[in-house]
Design a protein around this ligand. Structure first.
Ligand code: HEM
Length: 206
């Protein structure tokens, strides 16, 4: 891939991640009301704030971990940010699993978000284990899988207004998007990782 394209792609991912994360911190402001479908979540108290805070922090810390120069020049920063990221994914994922169990959107969304939480926790635990074992090439691959799932928070918030603009009923769209926000992301990451190594498109992440 052209280096300008890959850098542009990284900036797009980083800026959209930071923006969505900042918007998500609004749950810490008591004056801002929680939307009715989320207030109806049986686990909303206290898990919505825990989840939104931690998952948003994962989204904000993730992109920088893929900058090769930062990793090479400041390995300590990479390790500290990496620990923060993994902690946020594991505990934020646990809270996400509880929220999935309490969603007011029914069994399809419960299964979509619930499976996402389980896969997110599993992938992050494995990525962290590989880093501790010094298996850095595999660690990098599993962190790509991890971040495409984290980035699902951004894709979800692109698809929802897009579905509404297409006139799709909110709850129908929400149920479908509980799967569509992350399964295609993971499939794309798999396709990238399974591409013959020599011919793999060089992204900023690489
Ligand atoms: C990747 C694993 C994730 C899982 C399994 C997950 C799960 C959930 C669930 C089940 C809900 C409640 C939905 C409902 O009641 O219908 C929720 C809401 C929310 N999640 Fe996540 N989530 C994940 C990632 C993220 C990330 C990375 C962010 C970062 C911004 C995030 C931010 C939020 C916010 C802000 C809400 C409140 C709803 C909204 O304002 O749109 N989540 N999440």
């Amino acid at each position: 891939m052209n280096p300008y394209v890959s850098k542009g792609l990284w900036w797009l991912v980083a800026v959209s991640s930071v923006l969505i994360a900042l918007v998500s911190y609004r749950y810490f402001v008591p004056a801002i009301p929680v939307p009715s479908n989320l207030a109806a979540n049986l686990m909303a108290r206290p898990w919505l704030v825990v989840h939104a805070g931690l998952a948003a922090t994962a989204l904000i810390t993730g992109p920088w971990q893929f900058i090769p120069r930062l990793r090479a020049r400041r390995p300590r920063v990479h390790r500290i940010l990496g620990r923060v990221y993994v902690f946020c994914c594991l505990v934020g994922g646990g809270a996400g699993l509880l929220l999935a169990s309490g969603t007011s959107a029914g069994p399809i969304a419960r299964a979509g978000f619930g499976l996402l939480a389980i896969v997110w926790i599993g992938i992050n635990a494995n990525a962290f284990r590989l880093a501790l074992a010094g298996r850095y090439a595999e660690h990098r691959e599993w962190m790509i899988r991890s971040f495409v799932l984290t980035f699902g928070a951004v894709t979800l918030r692109i698809y929802l207004p897009a579905a509404q603009a297409m006139g799709i009923e909110f709850m129908t769209a929400y149920r479908a998007i509980s799967w569509l926000a992350w399964v295609p992301n993971l499939l794309l990451a798999e396709l990238y990782l399974r591409w013959p190594a020599g011919r793999r498109p060089a992204t900023a992440a690489a």
